[in-house]
Ligand binder design. Structure first.
Ligand code: ATR
Length: 275
Protein backbone atom coordinates (compact mmCIF):
# COMPACT_ATOMS: atom_id res chain seq x y z
CA UNK A 1 0.00 0.00 0.00
CA UNK A 2 1.48 3.35 -1.08
CA UNK A 3 1.74 5.92 1.69
CA UNK A 4 0.77 9.59 1.45
CA UNK A 5 0.33 12.29 4.08
CA UNK A 6 -0.46 15.90 4.71
CA UNK A 7 1.96 17.87 6.90
CA UNK A 8 0.68 20.90 8.77
CA UNK A 9 0.70 22.63 12.14
CA UNK A 10 -2.07 22.41 13.15
CA UNK A 11 -3.37 19.66 10.89
CA UNK A 12 -6.14 17.96 12.90
CA UNK A 13 -8.92 19.76 11.01
CA UNK A 14 -7.40 19.23 7.55
CA UNK A 15 -9.87 17.85 5.03
CA UNK A 16 -7.07 16.41 2.88
CA UNK A 17 -7.23 12.87 4.35
CA UNK A 18 -10.99 12.74 3.66
CA UNK A 19 -10.54 14.08 0.14
CA UNK A 20 -7.67 11.81 -0.89
CA UNK A 21 -9.19 8.69 0.64
CA UNK A 22 -12.38 9.47 -1.27
CA UNK A 23 -10.40 9.96 -4.50
CA UNK A 24 -8.57 6.67 -3.90
CA UNK A 25 -11.82 4.80 -3.34
CA UNK A 26 -13.36 6.36 -6.45
CA UNK A 27 -10.40 5.43 -8.64
CA UNK A 28 -9.79 1.99 -7.09
CA UNK A 29 -6.32 3.00 -5.92
CA UNK A 30 -4.75 1.20 -2.97
CA UNK A 31 -3.22 3.91 -0.80
CA UNK A 32 -2.96 5.22 2.76
CA UNK A 33 -3.26 8.92 3.52
CA UNK A 34 -2.61 10.27 7.02
CA UNK A 35 -2.30 13.67 8.70
CA UNK A 36 1.02 14.48 10.37
CA UNK A 37 1.65 17.38 12.74
CA UNK A 38 5.42 17.52 13.27
CA UNK A 39 5.24 20.52 15.64
CA UNK A 40 6.28 24.04 14.70
CA UNK A 41 9.96 23.14 14.24
CA UNK A 42 9.81 19.55 13.09
CA UNK A 43 8.76 19.63 9.44
CA UNK A 44 12.05 18.91 7.65
CA UNK A 45 12.97 16.01 9.91
CA UNK A 46 9.50 14.47 9.83
CA UNK A 47 9.20 14.80 6.06
CA UNK A 48 12.66 13.30 5.46
CA UNK A 49 11.76 10.37 7.68
CA UNK A 50 8.42 9.88 5.92
CA UNK A 51 10.08 9.68 2.52
CA UNK A 52 13.02 7.59 3.80
CA UNK A 53 10.44 5.09 5.04
CA UNK A 54 8.93 4.82 1.59
CA UNK A 55 6.31 7.63 1.52
CA UNK A 56 5.30 8.28 -2.10
CA UNK A 57 3.95 11.78 -1.81
CA UNK A 58 2.71 14.48 0.52
CA UNK A 59 0.65 17.60 0.72
CA UNK A 60 2.03 20.45 2.74
CA UNK A 61 -0.07 23.13 4.36
CA UNK A 62 0.53 26.07 6.69
CA UNK A 63 3.08 26.92 7.93
CA UNK A 64 5.42 24.60 6.01
CA UNK A 65 4.92 25.44 2.33
CA UNK A 66 8.14 27.45 2.00
CA UNK A 67 10.13 24.83 3.93
CA UNK A 68 8.72 22.15 1.65
CA UNK A 69 10.11 23.98 -1.37
CA UNK A 70 13.54 24.21 0.27
CA UNK A 71 13.53 20.55 1.27
CA UNK A 72 12.94 19.15 -2.22
CA UNK A 73 15.74 18.02 -4.54
CA UNK A 74 14.00 19.69 -7.43
CA UNK A 75 11.40 22.45 -7.55
CA UNK A 76 9.01 22.32 -10.50
CA UNK A 77 8.18 25.64 -12.21
CA UNK A 78 4.83 26.24 -10.46
CA UNK A 79 6.45 25.83 -7.04
CA UNK A 80 9.43 28.07 -7.92
CA UNK A 81 7.13 30.79 -9.09
CA UNK A 82 4.88 30.49 -6.02
CA UNK A 83 7.89 30.44 -3.70
CA UNK A 84 6.18 27.58 -1.91
CA UNK A 85 5.15 23.96 -2.40
CA UNK A 86 1.90 22.28 -1.41
CA UNK A 87 2.78 18.96 -3.07
CA UNK A 88 5.82 16.69 -2.71
CA UNK A 89 6.39 13.76 -5.02
CA UNK A 90 8.90 10.94 -4.54
CA UNK A 91 10.17 9.92 -7.97
CA UNK A 92 13.18 7.70 -8.75
CA UNK A 93 14.82 8.41 -5.40
CA UNK A 94 14.38 12.16 -5.71
CA UNK A 95 11.94 14.49 -4.02
CA UNK A 96 10.09 16.91 -6.32
CA UNK A 97 8.14 19.96 -5.19
CA UNK A 98 5.12 21.34 -7.03
CA UNK A 99 2.32 23.76 -6.27
CA UNK A 100 -1.26 23.02 -7.29
CA UNK A 101 -3.02 25.86 -5.44
CA UNK A 102 -3.14 28.21 -8.41
CA UNK A 103 -4.49 25.68 -10.90
CA UNK A 104 -6.96 24.64 -8.21
CA UNK A 105 -8.28 28.19 -8.00
CA UNK A 106 -8.39 28.62 -11.77
CA UNK A 107 -10.30 25.34 -12.24
CA UNK A 108 -12.75 26.15 -9.48
CA UNK A 109 -13.47 29.59 -10.93
CA UNK A 110 -13.65 28.68 -14.59
CA UNK A 111 -15.27 25.24 -14.46
CA UNK A 112 -17.32 25.02 -11.26
CA UNK A 113 -18.43 28.64 -11.11
CA UNK A 114 -18.31 29.45 -14.84
CA UNK A 115 -16.31 32.63 -14.23
CA UNK A 116 -13.98 33.33 -17.16
CA UNK A 117 -10.50 34.68 -16.39
CA UNK A 118 -9.55 35.42 -19.99
CA UNK A 119 -10.28 39.10 -20.59
CA UNK A 120 -11.40 39.62 -16.98
CA UNK A 121 -10.70 42.67 -14.84
CA UNK A 122 -9.41 41.13 -11.63
CA UNK A 123 -8.77 42.59 -8.20
CA UNK A 124 -6.59 40.33 -6.06
CA UNK A 125 -6.68 41.39 -2.43
CA UNK A 126 -3.69 40.36 -0.31
CA UNK A 127 0.01 39.91 -0.93
CA UNK A 128 1.03 37.03 1.33
CA UNK A 129 1.77 33.43 0.48
CA UNK A 130 -1.80 32.70 -0.62
CA UNK A 131 -1.75 35.54 -3.18
CA UNK A 132 1.69 34.65 -4.47
CA UNK A 133 0.64 31.02 -4.88
CA UNK A 134 -2.14 31.85 -7.36
CA UNK A 135 -0.73 34.82 -9.26
CA UNK A 136 1.14 32.87 -11.96
CA UNK A 137 -1.77 30.59 -12.94
CA UNK A 138 -4.15 33.59 -12.98
CA UNK A 139 -1.83 35.60 -15.26
CA UNK A 140 -1.52 32.65 -17.65
CA UNK A 141 -5.30 32.75 -18.19
CA UNK A 142 -4.74 36.24 -19.64
CA UNK A 143 -7.10 38.53 -17.78
CA UNK A 144 -7.19 42.01 -19.30
CA UNK A 145 -6.11 43.66 -16.07
CA UNK A 146 -4.93 42.46 -12.66
CA UNK A 147 -4.77 44.88 -9.75
CA UNK A 148 -3.11 43.99 -6.46
CA UNK A 149 -4.24 45.70 -3.26
CA UNK A 150 -2.87 44.97 0.19
CA UNK A 151 -3.01 46.45 3.70
CA UNK A 152 0.77 46.84 3.49
CA UNK A 153 1.22 48.24 -0.05
CA UNK A 154 4.98 47.53 -0.11
CA UNK A 155 4.28 43.78 -0.09
CA UNK A 156 1.97 44.16 -3.11
CA UNK A 157 4.70 46.18 -4.89
CA UNK A 158 7.20 43.40 -4.26
CA UNK A 159 4.79 40.83 -5.63
CA UNK A 160 4.05 42.94 -8.72
CA UNK A 161 7.78 43.25 -9.43
CA UNK A 162 8.25 39.49 -9.06
CA UNK A 163 5.52 38.84 -11.66
CA UNK A 164 6.19 41.80 -13.99
CA UNK A 165 7.95 39.66 -16.60
CA UNK A 166 5.14 37.09 -16.71
CA UNK A 167 2.54 39.87 -16.94
CA UNK A 168 4.42 41.40 -19.88
CA UNK A 169 4.69 38.00 -21.56
CA UNK A 170 0.98 37.28 -21.14
CA UNK A 171 -0.05 40.83 -22.06
CA UNK A 172 -1.74 41.54 -18.72
CA UNK A 173 -1.83 45.03 -17.27
CA UNK A 174 -0.58 44.36 -13.72
CA UNK A 175 -0.55 47.11 -11.14
CA UNK A 176 -0.80 47.95 -7.47
CA UNK A 177 -3.36 50.27 -5.92
CA UNK A 178 -4.23 51.48 -2.45
CA UNK A 179 -7.73 50.82 -1.07
CA UNK A 180 -9.00 54.34 -1.73
CA UNK A 181 -7.61 54.45 -5.27
CA UNK A 182 -9.54 51.34 -6.37
CA UNK A 183 -12.09 52.15 -9.08
CA UNK A 184 -14.62 49.96 -10.84
CA UNK A 185 -15.12 48.09 -13.02
CA UNK A 186 -13.75 44.80 -11.82
CA UNK A 187 -15.44 41.61 -13.05
CA UNK A 188 -13.79 39.46 -10.38
CA UNK A 189 -12.70 40.19 -6.79
CA UNK A 190 -10.55 37.57 -5.05
CA UNK A 191 -9.78 37.70 -1.34
CA UNK A 192 -6.40 36.07 -0.69
CA UNK A 193 -5.96 37.66 2.74
CA UNK A 194 -6.30 35.90 6.07
CA UNK A 195 -8.52 38.74 7.35
CA UNK A 196 -11.56 36.43 7.46
CA UNK A 197 -9.83 34.32 10.10
CA UNK A 198 -9.96 37.33 12.44
CA UNK A 199 -13.54 38.08 11.39
CA UNK A 200 -12.28 41.19 9.57
CA UNK A 201 -12.52 42.42 6.02
CA UNK A 202 -10.33 44.58 3.82
CA UNK A 203 -11.77 48.13 3.48
CA UNK A 204 -12.83 48.00 -0.18
CA UNK A 205 -14.76 50.98 -1.55
CA UNK A 206 -18.44 49.88 -1.81
CA UNK A 207 -18.70 51.22 -5.38
CA UNK A 208 -16.61 48.22 -6.51
CA UNK A 209 -19.70 46.10 -6.02
CA UNK A 210 -21.92 48.27 -8.21
CA UNK A 211 -20.45 46.72 -11.37
CA UNK A 212 -21.64 43.29 -10.11
CA UNK A 213 -18.29 41.51 -9.90
CA UNK A 214 -18.07 37.83 -9.03
CA UNK A 215 -16.60 37.73 -5.51
CA UNK A 216 -14.40 34.86 -4.35
CA UNK A 217 -12.85 34.18 -0.94
CA UNK A 218 -10.06 31.63 -0.81
CA UNK A 219 -11.16 30.86 2.78
CA UNK A 220 -14.24 28.77 3.56
CA UNK A 221 -16.27 27.71 6.53
CA UNK A 222 -19.73 26.59 7.62
CA UNK A 223 -20.92 30.21 7.39
CA UNK A 224 -19.97 32.73 4.68
CA UNK A 225 -16.83 34.76 5.47
CA UNK A 226 -17.23 38.47 6.33
CA UNK A 227 -15.90 39.30 2.85
CA UNK A 228 -18.57 37.20 1.15
CA UNK A 229 -21.31 38.50 3.45
CA UNK A 230 -20.37 42.05 2.53
CA UNK A 231 -20.35 41.17 -1.19
CA UNK A 232 -23.71 39.40 -0.98
CA UNK A 233 -25.19 42.40 0.83
CA UNK A 234 -24.32 44.39 -2.30
CA UNK A 235 -25.94 41.82 -4.56
CA UNK A 236 -22.77 40.13 -5.85
CA UNK A 237 -22.50 36.46 -6.79
CA UNK A 238 -20.08 34.80 -4.37
CA UNK A 239 -18.11 31.62 -3.78
CA UNK A 240 -15.84 30.40 -1.01
CA UNK A 241 -12.60 28.42 -1.33
CA UNK A 242 -13.97 24.92 -0.77
CA UNK A 243 -13.89 24.15 -4.49
CA UNK A 244 -10.28 25.36 -4.72
CA UNK A 245 -9.38 23.00 -1.87
CA UNK A 246 -10.84 20.03 -3.72
CA UNK A 247 -9.35 21.04 -7.08
CA UNK A 248 -5.82 21.51 -5.72
CA UNK A 249 -6.15 18.07 -4.14
CA UNK A 250 -7.33 16.54 -7.43
CA UNK A 251 -4.29 18.00 -9.21
CA UNK A 252 -1.95 16.60 -6.51
CA UNK A 253 -3.64 13.20 -6.84
CA UNK A 254 -3.09 13.35 -10.59
CA UNK A 255 0.61 14.15 -10.10
CA UNK A 256 1.03 11.17 -7.79
CA UNK A 257 -1.20 8.58 -9.46
CA UNK A 258 -1.52 9.67 -13.10
CA UNK A 259 -5.33 9.59 -13.02
CA UNK A 260 -7.82 12.42 -12.52
CA UNK A 261 -10.44 11.85 -9.83
CA UNK A 262 -13.99 13.21 -10.00
CA UNK A 263 -13.55 16.33 -7.88
CA UNK A 264 -17.22 17.31 -8.14
CA UNK A 265 -18.50 14.23 -6.30
CA UNK A 266 -16.12 14.84 -3.40
CA UNK A 267 -16.89 18.57 -3.42
CA UNK A 268 -20.60 17.80 -3.02
CA UNK A 269 -19.92 15.52 -0.06
CA UNK A 270 -17.71 18.11 1.65
CA UNK A 271 -20.23 20.87 1.06
CA UNK A 272 -22.99 18.77 2.58
CA UNK A 273 -20.81 17.92 5.59
CA UNK A 274 -19.89 21.60 6.11
CA UNK A 275 -23.49 22.81 6.30
P1 ATR B 1 -0.95 33.77 3.72
O1 ATR B 1 0.14 32.78 3.44
O2 ATR B 1 -2.22 33.17 4.23
O3 ATR B 1 -1.20 34.68 2.57
P2 ATR B 1 0.49 35.87 5.08
O4 ATR B 1 1.69 35.73 4.24
O5 ATR B 1 0.62 36.11 6.55
O6 ATR B 1 -0.43 34.60 4.99
O7 ATR B 1 -0.43 36.99 4.43
C1 ATR B 1 -1.66 37.34 4.98
C2 ATR B 1 -2.32 38.34 4.06
O8 ATR B 1 -3.55 38.79 4.65
C3 ATR B 1 -1.52 39.60 3.86
O9 ATR B 1 -1.84 40.14 2.58
C4 ATR B 1 -2.05 40.50 4.98
O10 ATR B 1 -1.84 41.87 4.80
P3 ATR B 1 -0.43 42.52 5.23
O11 ATR B 1 0.54 42.16 4.14
O12 ATR B 1 -0.71 43.97 5.31
O13 ATR B 1 -0.10 41.89 6.54
C5 ATR B 1 -3.52 40.17 4.87
N1 ATR B 1 -4.29 40.47 6.09
C6 ATR B 1 -4.29 39.78 7.25
N2 ATR B 1 -5.16 40.31 8.12
C7 ATR B 1 -5.75 41.36 7.50
C8 ATR B 1 -6.76 42.31 7.87
N3 ATR B 1 -7.34 42.27 9.07
N4 ATR B 1 -7.13 43.24 6.96
C9 ATR B 1 -6.56 43.28 5.72
N5 ATR B 1 -5.60 42.41 5.32
C10 ATR B 1 -5.20 41.46 6.20
Amino acid sequence: TDRYAVFGHPVAHSKSPFIHRAFAEQMGQDLDYEAIDPGAEGFAEAARRFFAEGGRGANVTLPFKEEALALADEALPRACEAGAANTLIAREGRLLADNTDGVGLVRDLTRRHGVPLAGAEVLLVGAGGAARGVLGPILRERPRRLVLANRTPARAETLARAFAALAAETGVKLDVQTWDALRPPFTLLINATSASLAGELPPLPPELFAARPFVYDMMYGAAPTPFLREAARHGAHTADGLGMLVEQAAESFFLWRGVRPDAQAVYARLRAALA
